[in-house]
Design a protein around this ligand. Structure first.
Ligand code: PLP
Length: 284
């Protein structure tokens, strides 16, 4: 696999970042994951805009222009022959060659790393046909979940808790209300109405969330953005999650309670179809 690191395209075994890089020592880094279908990037502009926002919030410099980022994405997709899969991008604050809580001088160059992952069955994964089983766990992450940082230890632990319980993923709960999934936004459907938590610093502003809510409204579906409890979701007609890498993922079980007849619900399936259709049409 050919990867990108700070201006160079290299075999993955030759790509290097300093051990003093703050991304490595302090999780002082932000990232984006963009899906590739038919060899094209889905919602690249959405990811580029959110990346800029994450960098601004952390007072980190942009490593290059949006146009250059697009060219790097395209070149990696091309060099690695990716038809369906992902492009992972990470920007770290870099390092001035030592470990220090104080940020390095503003002119310290950030590190930019990108690599691809080929996933031939990305658009029709077995999980999307079967529907995901979810457990709920407490949300003990930091208070700026709107910034897409690489502090993913707790979400990773949550995913492992789900796996150990024989499930696929975890939804997190704070002050009695569902925040989001370990790596996705969370929704339930009751009496035809789609409910999801409103945007704030408590959740990531999903690129897929934005697209799916727009498409739902265009399809005359009712959408309500409000706080909701896990009990509401457990007794809903259906539920689903959204993310750039799993699109719209139906949920069929929450904390052992089966939703509907235990198969992906009609609204989740329809939204998945509409989303994938539009994503393919607008991919660049
Ligand atoms: N919430 C969290 C915590 C995430 O990590 C992600 C994606 O990685 C999402 C939501 C979904 O965001 P997007 O649709 O931009 O992938």
């Amino acid at each position: 696999r050919t990867v990108y690191v700070n201006g160079e395209y290299l075999p993955e075994t030759e790509a290097k970042v300093s051990i003093f890089d703050r991304g490595f020592l302090m999780a002082d880094a932000v990232y984006e994951v963009t899906s590739v279908l038919d060899g094209k990037l889905i919602d690249f502009d959405g990811h580029a805009v959110r990346l800029k926002r994450s960098l601004d919030e952390l007072e980190m410099a942009e490593p290059c222009s949006q146009q250059e980022l697009l060219e790097i994405h395209r070149k990696l997709v091309d060099l690695n022959g990716i038809v369906a899969g992902l492009v992972y991008l990470q920007v770290t604050r870099g390092s001035d060659g030592d470990r220090d809580f104080v940020f390095p001088a503003a002119d310290t160059p950030p590190s930019l790393v990108l690599f691809t992952q080929s996933k031939p069955s990305l658009a029709d994964s077995p999980e999307s046909k079967r529907g995901a089983k979810i457990i709920s766990i407490e949300d003990i992450r930091w208070g700026r979940r709107d910034i897409k940082t690489v502090q993913l230890l707790y979400p990773s632990m949550g995913k492992m808790m789900a796996k150990k319980a024989g499930c696929d993923d975890a939804w997190m709960i704070e002050d009695g209300y569902v925040t989001e999934g370990t790596s996705n936004n969370a929704y339930f459907v009751k009496n035809g109405k789609i409910v999801t938590r409103p945007l704030s610093n408590d959740i990531l502003h999903g690129i897929t969330r934005k697209a799916v809510l727009r498409l739902a409204q265009e399809a005359q579906m009712e959408v309500e953005e409000r706080l909701f409890t896990i009990d509401e979701a457990k007794t809903a007609d259906e539920a689903f999650t959204t993310s750039a890498s799993a699109f719209v993922m139906p949920v069929v079980e929450i904390d052992g309670a089966t939703l509907g007849d235990g198969t992906p619900g009609p609204i989740a399936r329809r939204l998945r179809e509409i989303y994938l259709d539009e994503a393919r049409k607008t991919a660049i």
